[in-house]
Design a protein around this ligand. Structure first.
Ligand code: ADP
Ligand code: MG
Length: 579
């Protein structure tokens, strides 16, 4: 019934492909390269689809070959309502990627012959499964079979002409899928977005739904802690009601704009709460425990990161002239200290428009966060270049950037906190009143947040050349990019959750290098332009030369954080001030 060959007039058929592959049997591996030259292959069968082979691996041990499959929606049987908005569609794509991963038999790290970029706890836009118009586009990696360096043509024919259609049969045909799971994924994606969308109306920056389970299995395992997890019950005084996508109301803790301190004894769940909040910029899969935890989409997790590069950042709101008259309004360092790195992270986040900063004492520089009275007496203000964050946090809130800070060891922040939440044996308690009896609110902070200036990266800021390759960028791990000949450490980016995001960030750097350096745009404008390009033209805008099957969405904040850590970044101040 479905004549895909009509859609793609120049394609060959699946049978032609099988014949061609068998004929390659026993030849040198390079002969596979001919596959790249074809327009692709139309598969009729019960799942009609079009296969194109975008890239053939250079040898059996090189990174795998890349396949693109397109299937008409009508052939998948996916109902309209799952495609009705971008959020549901994102949830659906997550489910299809999982189903395909299951059908290929791949485990998380396995080297299976067919592979898809397998999603995890967060529901992200990915290049591996997408709807383009009325077609479902799937990108896979394939290891083309070889014995030594000789092509195994019969195995190859089986892989592409039998196994591939079987994987699709099991992985994308609606009636063969766990429909309930797909619905739940779509609902979770839509709900998370709906909840986040109501925060501003309620004067909130974050929300933790009652019944949420925040703890994770371990620091390297983002799945929910199975046993003994105590679920979230809001203190009555902080309880608010929000609506899910379908209109049902749910209750939970609303964290208001302003300054919120999370206090409590060690090991009582403070960091766990903050960790869940910082993931609240993403939607989570059903059963994760954080489906109902959302925060302002511009939230940035801030930490000290000594040793990082800082390029021309205006640190003057926090750090005055340094010893020997070194200025800080255009501060550059190859080896930042704990306090300067944390100051830079905040100014950089504000540059991109963050409305919520998340700070945990566990990873903050104490001398940046506070300075107590006796130390203020001993070391006069003239001798101390640092204006601690506590003196600025109220001003920031007044200009629209709230802060949630975890502080167990010191009472200082109680004097500036509009809300104080104590974690007691993993249960939140509203202790705002009691805290203010002990430590009165200091009231309106004097002075206003000083405006800083944007930064314009100079053309020589980025050099992706490596050896004979003109443009080389590679994600080595989730937290490390290799750009040209230099390494970029991203381990301080607390909201980078997936290696596919890191790969996409690497591609984005190349895109910036190609299009936006030397255009007199500041960092915020560049990041916005890249995201616009992806939104309007799709992932292919990042991968002109070779489509990548394993990219995932990132925010402007992660892109600017990546750019800011480039050791080669050089900037000039933008003419106007940013808010
Ligand atoms: P803190 O920052 O207050 O010192 P953490 O947030 O690091 O404490 O939590 C300490 C431990 O308690 C972690 O191992 C975490 O997994 C566990 N934990 C946190 N919240 C819960 C909870 N709601 N139920 C069960 N265990 C929890
Ligand atoms: Mg902690």
């Amino acid at each position: 019934i479905f004549a895909l060959t009509n859609l793609h007039p120049t394609v060959a058929s699946c049978k032609d492909l099988a014949v061609a592959l068998r004929q390659l049997d026993g030849r040198g591996f390079k002969a596979y390269r001919d596959l790249e030259l074809t327009e692709g292959f139309g598969f009729a069968g019960s799942v009609p689809f079009h296969l194109s082979i975008d890239y053939v691996q250079a040898d059996p041990f090189a990174p795998p070959s890349r396949l693109t499959l397109s299937i008409p929606r009508t052939a998948t049987g996916v109902p309209d309502h799952l495609l009705q908005d971008t959020h549901r569609r994102r949830g659906l794509c997550h489910g299809l990627a999982l189903a395909i991963a299951h059908a290929t038999g791949q485990k998380t790290q396995d080297r299976s012959d067919l592979q898809i970029d397998r999603p995890r706890q967060q529901i992200l836009d990915r290049s591996c499964v997408q709807w383009v118009g009325d077609e479902l586009i799937i990108r896979l990696s394939a290891r083309l079979p070889a014995a030594g360096r000789r092509i195994q043509g019969h195995q190859a024919a089986r892989l592409l002409c039998e196994r591939l259609p079987a994987v699709l049969q099991a992985g994308v045909i609606y009636e063969h899928l766990d429909v309930q799971h797909l619905q739940q994924l779509a609902t979770c994606a839509a709900d998370g977005d709906a909840l986040r969308g109501q925060l501003a109306d309620h004067d909130l920056v974050a929300f933790v739904a009652d019944g949420s389970r925040l703890p994770r299995r371990s620091g390297i395992d983002d799945r929910p802690l199975q046993s003994h997890a105590i679920s979230w019950q809001s203190p009555p005084s902080l309880r608010v009601e929000l609506e899910q996508a379908d209109g049902t109301r749910i209750t939970g803790t609303g964290i208001r704009r302003g300054v919120t301190a999370i206090v409590g004894g060690g090991f009582h769940g403070k960091s766990t709460l903050l960790d869940a909040l910082r993931m609240g910029v993403y939607e989570h899969v059903p059963g994760d425990g954080r489906e109902g935890v959302v925060c302002d989409e511009t939230a940035v997790s801030i930490r000290a990161e000594d040793g990082r590069r800082i390029s021309g950042v205006d640190l003057s709101p926090f750090i005055g002239p340094l010893p020997q008259g070194r200025r800080t309004d255009h501060f550059t360092s190859d080896d930042a200290s704990g306090s300067t790195s944390q100051a830079a992270a905040i100014v950089e986040a504000l540059e991109i428009g963050s409305r919520l900063l998340l700070i945990d004492e566990d990873t903050a520089a104490t001398n940046f966060m506070i300075r107590d009275q006796r130390m203020r007496q001993l070391i006069g203000d003239q001798q101390e270049p640092i204006t601690p964050f506590i003196d600025r946090v109220g001003q920031l809130a007044a200009t629209g950037t709230s802060t949630i800070v975890v502080t167990g060891g010191s009472s200082d922040y109680l004097s500036v906190a509009d809300t104080v939440i104590a974690m007691e044996e993993y249960r939140p308690v509203d202790v705002t009143e009691r805290a203010h009896e002990l430590v009165p609110l200091t009231g309106n902070t004097v002075g206003a947040w000083p405006a800083t200036r944007g930064r314009i990266p100079l053309p020589q800021s980025l050099n992706p050349r490596r050896g004979r390759r003109e443009r080389s960028v590679r994600a080595r791990t989730r937290h490390e990019l290799e750009v040209g000949g230099t390494f970029l450490d991203l381990s301080a980016l607390g909201q980078l959750v997936d290696e596919s995001q890191t790969r996409a960030l690497g591609q984005a750097l190349l895109h910036i290098h190609h299009h936006y350096l030397g255009e007199h745009l500041d960092v915020a404008q560049i990041c916005a332009a890249v995201l616009d390009d992806i939104r309007s033209e799709g992932w292919s805008v990042l991968t002109q030369d070779r489509f990548q099957p394993d990219l995932a969405q990132f925010r402007a904040f992660e892109l600017s954080a990546t750019l800011n850590r480039l050791r080669t970044l050089q900037v000039e101040p933008a003419p106007g001030a940013v808010a």
